[in-house]
Design a protein around this ligand. Structure first.
Ligand code: IPM
Ligand code: MN
Length: 370
């Protein structure tokens, strides 16, 4: 198989973790006989420094012409003082919008070997297999107006939570489709006791549920969902929610796995190409130190193999390699036991790459979210 992959490493640790993921993809190509062609583009702060804009049109074009997009992370203190429309984050938001990546899949799984890295007790997290579906191109992130304004002569500011019904329908439909191939439960998270947009969201969830009689729908208020996620995370299968709620809840969900650095994501559109990125940010405080955890990025590459290229066996091989390396005791600093020496980013990625050549029994740890 021949595939073109647009690679946008971005800022901070984005570059470091992307390198590891590319090496893993190359190793997969060699082992399974595929040709992956990587074309690099700039996004975020790096693009601002280069061209004055966080996402140039030619970069969007590069993504459109590719079969999939792999993205590191954007942002950093250097660009913090820029107006919100020119910040690095704007590049990522624009790319999500331009490619119409409306459904962001963020799986959280339990890794037995990492049980000690989570602040939660093993009884609570053992067996967690949760898939967050975050709406990604609407809601509070994109509603207009979003600006500084004045009211009664005083400074004020406004953001808008706006959804067209059809935007809600497509993401909830995606959540039900995914749930029907998993554990057949959808938890739709909203704030229907306060927000009108949430009332529409809930109506759509209930309508969609009627089309999927074998999938059970639970509507849950977002404040309760935040609590339930920590108290009893095993009750969840697929969780579907508004853009901002999903941003917050997915960072919370990462605590179940042990570290934010572990979580991958895939952003889907109706027509492709899809985009793959870890859920963590650019972590400027540890940039350039070679200590970032590359696993979230490497598992994002595995999601790419599965969801964009239909390469299930190859995806499982990467996921197995990650499990093996964790079980062998390799840890970056974020998941290492207190006082223990940790592996560097390059060592961790190198071990995962090496484990790909080890023919262990196939164990699909990510579940069938495809
Ligand atoms: C994420 C990030 C982004 C978001 C930022 C960098 C704009 O936090 O992917 O979760 O808020 O969506
Ligand atoms: Mn986030």
């Amino acid at each position: 198989m021949k595939k073109r992959i647009a690679v946008l490493p971005g800022d901070g640790i984005g570059k470091e973790v992307t390198k590891g993921a590319i090496e893993v993809l190359q190793a997969i190509g060699e082992r399974f006989g595929h040709q992956f062609y990587f074309s690099y583009g700039k996004i975020g702060g790096e693009a601002i420094d280069d061209s004055g804009t966080p996402l140039a049109e030619e970069t969007v074009q590069l993504c459109r012409e590719s079969d999939a997009v792999l993205l590191g992370a954007v942002g950093g203190p250097k660009w913090d003082r820029l107006p919100v429309d020119l910040r690095p984050e704007r590049g990522l938001l624009k790319l999500r919008k331009d490619l119409d990546l409306y459904a962001n899949l963020r799986p959280t799984n339990f890794y037995a070997s990492l049980a000690d890295s989570s602040p939660l007790r093993i009884e609570v997290i053992e067996g967690v297999d949760l898939l967050m579906v975050r709406e990604l191109t609407g809601g509070l992130y994109f509603g207009k107006p979003s600006e500084r304004t004045r009211q009664n002569g005083e400074e004020a500011a406004v953001d808008t939570l706006f959804y067209q019904r059809q935007e809600v329908e497509r993401v909830i439909e995606t959540a039900f489709e995914l749930a029907s191939k998993r554990n057949k439960k959808v938890t739709s998270v909203d704030k229907a006791n306060v927000l009108e947009s949430s009332r529409m969201w809930r109506e759509v969830a209930e309508e969609t549920a009627r089309k999927y009689p074998d999938v059970e729908l639970t509507n849950m208020l977002v404040d309760n969902a935040a609590m339930q996620m920590i108290k009893n995370p095993k009750q969840f299968d697929v969780v579907v929610t508004e853009n901002m709620f999903g941003d917050i809840l997915s960072d919370e969900a990462s605590v179940l796995t042990g570290s934010l650095g572990m979580l991958p994501s895939a952003s889907l559109s109706l027509s492709g190409p899809y985009l793959y990125e870890p859920i963590h940010g650019s972590a400027p405080d540890i940039e350039g130190k070679n200590i970032a955890n590359p696993v979230g990025m490497i598992l994002s590459a595995a999601m790419m193999l599965r969801l964009s290229f239909g390469l299930e066996e190859e995806a499982v091989a990467v996921e197995n390699a990650v499990v093996q390396v964790l079980e062998a005791g390799f840890r970056t600093r974020d998941i290492a036991a207190f006082g223990k020496t940790a592996s560097t980013t390059t060592e961790m990625a190198g071990e995962i790459k090496a484990a790909l050549h080890d023919d262990e029994a196939i164990l699909n740890i990510m579940g069938a979210y495809a």
